[in-house]
Write a protein that binds this ligand. Structure first.
Ligand code: SF4
Length: 351
């Protein structure tokens, strides 16, 4: 196997000619903007580069600095985030912008130890921002890096148990490298574009001569993964209340937790008991069961909601929420589950 120094040199040389242009990435030789690096890293969690591009552009256009984002109304931030999912991230993004603006004078801290204390920043994001934005030697291990490392060393231990082993091996490869910012980006880029989950393009890989999995012909089988636990299922009802004008009722979700502060169609609680909850949203309305349920998968559970519909007669005043048209929805942060129901009901899709 080549020495670590040689491997670093090969990866950086590959990155110098293969680096993709991204709206948040500084062009070669320019200093990265920490606000852009942080914003993109938060947006990229559990989302693809292609999906994030338009959101990133929209955010930096609306809020060109972290101070501007900190001063924005949370509802506007959530509305701009709508479609990216995992809304806790957007709420933490806003909180984090507030901390940076007020506690750090609008300048992101450079050290991992300071970054990790900010809302919504975990070990991965702290390392990514510290190394990419500030050229500090921190090792950011995302799914792409885990895949490259597990293959390069042919590590058979399955994920998630192998996480620490993979981290330690990634750190060995990154140790004392001369360009931490580029190295971190190169490592991730290699996983994203060459060492891909299916059909890795080993012939284009700068590490092909030293890669253990390629030599043994098991690259595509790695990383191994433990069988996922079956997720619990939760049940509930969602209510579509429509006026003759086609406007329908939405409301702001109260309380803490999932979807906190977002808009939704009225729903019951979601419980693990299929027969509950009983009852309908408003006794003044006559609800009918829609011909299909809506299903949605969250990280920790699957959800099945019965859809119930009712016509709101002239003069009907909801106790909570407001009637909006489909065209108004872009002004409200509605999670994708709710968009699914809106689409089904507007198109009257019953299967
Ligand atoms: S040689 Fe193939 S399997 Fe090994 S790191 Fe490169 S792309 Fe991945």
């Amino acid at each position: 196997m080549s020495s670590v120094k040689a491997l670093q040199k090969q990866l950086l040389a590959w990155f110098d000619h293969s680096r993709r242009v991204m709206p948040w990435r500084a062009v070669k030789g320019k200093t990265p903007n920490p606000y852009h690096v942080w914003l993109s890293e938060i947006m990229l969690q559990q989302t693809t580069v292609a999906a994030v591009g338009p959101y990133f552009i929209k955010f930096v256009h609306k809020w060109p600095t972290v101070q501007k984002l900190a001063a924005a109304d949370l509802d506007d931030v959530l509305a701009a985030w709508a479609g990216l999912g995992y809304y806790a991230r957007a709420r933490n993004l806003h909180k984090c912008a507030g901390s940076v603006a007020h506690d750090f004078g609008g300048q992101f801290p450079a050290a991992v130890g300071d970054l990790i204390k900010l809302p919504g920043i975990g070990p991965y994001t702290a390392a990514a921002v510290s190394s990419i934005a500030f050229n500090r030697p921190a090792v950011a291990v995302d799914g792409n890096v885990e895949r490259v490392v597990s293959r390069f060393f042919a590590i058979e231990e399955p994920l998630p148990q192998a996480k620490e082993t993979l981290r330690a091996h990634a750190a060995k490869l990154a140790e004392d490298n001369p360009r931490p910012s580029d190295f971190t980006q190169a490592f991730m880029e290699l996983g994203a574009t060459v060492c891909t989950p299916k059909k890795p393009k080993c012939v284009s890989c700068p590490w092909q001569k030293s890669c253990a999995a390629r030599k043994s012909g098991i690259a595509e089988e790695l990383p191994r993964k433990s069988k996922p636990k079956q997720k619990p299922v939760r049940y509930g009802k969602v209510f579509w209340i429509q006026k003759k004008s086609k406007e329908f009722l939405i409301e702001k979700r109260a309380g803490k937790g999932l979807y906190e502060g977002l808009y939704q169609l009225p729903t019951t609680d979601w419980t693990e008991n299929m027969k509950e909850p009983e009852g309908n949203h408003d006794a003044r309305l006559r609800f009918k069961r829609f011909g299909a349920d809506v299903r949605h998968s969250f990280t920790h559970f699957d959800l099945i909601l019965e859809i119930w519909t009712a016509e709101a007669q002239k003069g009907f005043r909801p106790r909570k929420g407001k009637f909006v048209s489909a065209g108004d929805l872009e002004n409200y942060a509605l999670p994708s589950l709710m968009h699914k129901v809106v689409k089904m009901c507007l198109e009257r899709k019953t299967a």
